[in-house]
Structure formats: C-alpha cells, structure tokens
Write a protein of this length. Sequence first.
Length: 479
Amino acid sequence: MQNLLLLLFYITSFYAFIPSLISRLFGFRVFRRGRNLKDFALTFDDGPDPDYTPQLLDLLKKHKAKATFFVVGEHAERNPELVRRMHAEGHLIGIHNYIHQTNWLMTPKVVRQQIERTGSIIYKITGSHALYYRPPWGITNLFDFSKKHHHRIVLWSGMFGDWRERVGADRLTERMLKKLRGGEVMVLHDCGTTPGADRHAPAQMLIALDRVLSEARHRDIQSIRIDDMISQHYAAKQPIPGREAVMKIQSIFKRLVVRAWLGWEQIFHMITKLKTITPQDPFLHYRVRPYQGKAIELPDGHSLQKGDDIIELHFDNKKLYQLGTSSKTSVHLAIRMIRTMEKQLPDLVKIAALDPEVANAKALYGVSMINRGPEQFGFSVLDLPRGLFAASTSVYLKILLSVIHPEGQGRLREGSQQMTPKMIIMPMDILFDRFGDGLKPKKESVYDQRSLAKTGYSEEEDISLAGGSADLTRTPPVA
C-alpha cells in the first residue's frame, strides 16, 4: 500500500502538478501575455456551439475584432460550417483536444492522438494547419513541454469565470474591464456543454463582451489574433510598463514554488523513510532497497543483478537549493557538492560498519544530472537506458533548473550532453577501501536476498514514471 500511495503521489506531482505550476507561474514553454501596448487577444475555448458561436461571430464582425478559437475536435466535426466561417472571417483556429478531458488523466500517446485528430479535422475543413494548442483547463503535463510537441501552447493572463451562468453579465463586464489593456490574453467560452459549465452561460458572456468591445474602441485598443500578438511580442522594443513590479511578483511566486517543492520533499522522506547520513549537515539521504534494473558490470569485477540490495542516495533538496543560489556558476556548484560529499562518504562507511542491513548492500546507487566529478570518489558514471524515465527525468530537471539554478535559463542552452541524467554507482568494497580507514562491514552471517526483495518493488516500476531502478525521486531539483 505504501508503494502504491507513493506511486500515485509521485505521478500526480511529477507528471502533472509541477509542470502546470511552473507553466502558470513562470510561463515556461507557454505564451500567456504579450508586450503589446495597443492590442489585446480574445480567445474562445470549447466551441464551436451551434447556438452561441454564430452569435459570437456576428458580434466580432460588428466590432471588427479578430479572435482565436481553440476548438474541441468532436464539436468541430459536428459543426464544420462554423469552423469554415471562423476561418473565412479571418479568425485563428487552434486545438483544444478532440474531447474536453484534462491531460492529467491521459498518457502522452493519447494526448498526441487527441491533438493530431483535431488538427486533421481543422485541416480538412479549412485547408490550413493549426499551429496553436491550449490544453483543457490550461492543465499541462510533463510531455506537453517536449520538443516533439510541434504546437505552441497558449494559456492566458485573464480568466473571468464566464462558464458559470450565475456570474451574470454585469459582474463579467466588470471583471473583463479590469483586464482591458494591451498585451492581455483573455479566455472566454462560447460553449456551455463541457463538464463543469452551464449550458446557457455563453449568453451572459456575449452581453458582457459587447460592452467590453465598445469600451475597447473608446480606448483605442483592439482585439487581435494570438499569432499576431506573438509576432508583435517578440518584435516589440519598448519596455513593459511596471516591469519592476512584475519581476517582484515573479520573485514572490518563485519563493512559493521553492517552499512547495521543499514541503513535497519532507512528505516524500516520511513516506520512503529516508535516513540522513550526517544529521548535523544534511546533504545526503539514503535507503536500502532491491535493485530493479538490468544487470550492470561493476568495477570490482562483480555485477549488480536485479534483486541485489543497493544503498540509494538522495541529495537534500534544501541543501542543493542553498548551494545553487549561492554558487556563481555550475562549475562552482559542482565543486562545492564534491567537497561536501567527500566529507559525508566516510560517515556512510561508519554507518555500514555498524548496520548489517547497510553493509549487506552491494553498491551505492543514484541518478542525477549533477554527474561531473564523482569518478574521483570511486563512482562509475553510466548512461541511463533510453526510454520513458530518461526522457521524463531530463524534461523535469530542466524545468526545475530554470527556476532555482544560479544560471537559470542560460544553463539550458549549454548543450544537451551536459544536461543528461546518468546513473552513478559505487561497489561497497570500493567505498570501504577508499573511505573506511580500516573499518570492515558488519555483515549478517545469513543473508536471504529473497526476504529483502519483498519490499513492494515490482518490475512494473522499472517502466513507470515512479521509477524502479530509476526512481525519479532520487534526482535533485537542480543540475
């Protein structure tokens, strides 16, 4: 049960919650606001709807406004004439999945199929490819950030609760007017049949939108398509008004993200019962568990087989954050980590000399992007097998790196080879030879490998997002 809870907790955090948090707070790999001073972007989700979308198109034509429609594939399939009209009247059409279901509940393959199917429907109707994508509810998963994702993800800077009919046109107008300025990306809904929406809520939205567009004309600003806003955004040279205030807010958000991440680590430590090597200077944590990966040849001539006990090392995320934020460069960070590890490995030897469970392990084991320099301690650095874990770990750590690493986004451009997670392994014999100072491991006289294998780790963990031999929770938050 513990492993099942850990698996569910980890998947929801790593696969879904953290990517959504990072994209919402910091705009990682998404577009959500422009630099434009005179233009804003109206975007509409969930349509087309046979009752309300025609009224919306009439309203936009009346005010000579352009918009972007993120259509649900099955709705577009049932109402091709409305999609055709959107395109003919100069509006941009984007993808909102084939069915309105959150990406958190779908595998990467299913999400890709949803996008491709909807894109194909749009192309058949309009003859144009859809290049922009908004996930339902704006909820991203880890693989939405993959470079294989060929669509630009668009979120928003203004959401008004217009899917609830009880909000009413007056309150909706008031909320929208507060956001009526250049650069804003507003999200509204022209269909009320999706889960959580009220069927006739779009009627209130249309009343409010008519008022807002009239006010926009009075202020001499206009609604443009999202592709035009993105083009103007990157071409803009003028500074953003209130930039210092924006940066201050982002700094507050960043601190909140770090606190949430460190709180998550505390929960993980409780679930997995991690132990600390040097409590007075917590840098390395460990647990003993069966190895679940493919056989690996060790430098001492032995091999690490599935079922062999390993000491799984975890970096302390709080310590890493402190080191990362106070280090000038990645090299400086690596040097400080090496020095700290050099002090703590002898303490691990002392633990192993007294604890038979630790001493009976065959090797130290970890996975990290910070993998330059451990060879000098006796570790072997090995490539992770290609697959879901290696790819997802790389994306995950790059996200965190952009938030809390001393070189931030610039570090991401240094090259993919330096940003590759690897296994680091050291046989216990080498650990004692190098750091034991004459100590010998206190091993049990009778060692039943099979009894320790009954700890709940299964072969499925090897290929899951939770890890197995490549447990994602071993990796540090920065690299």
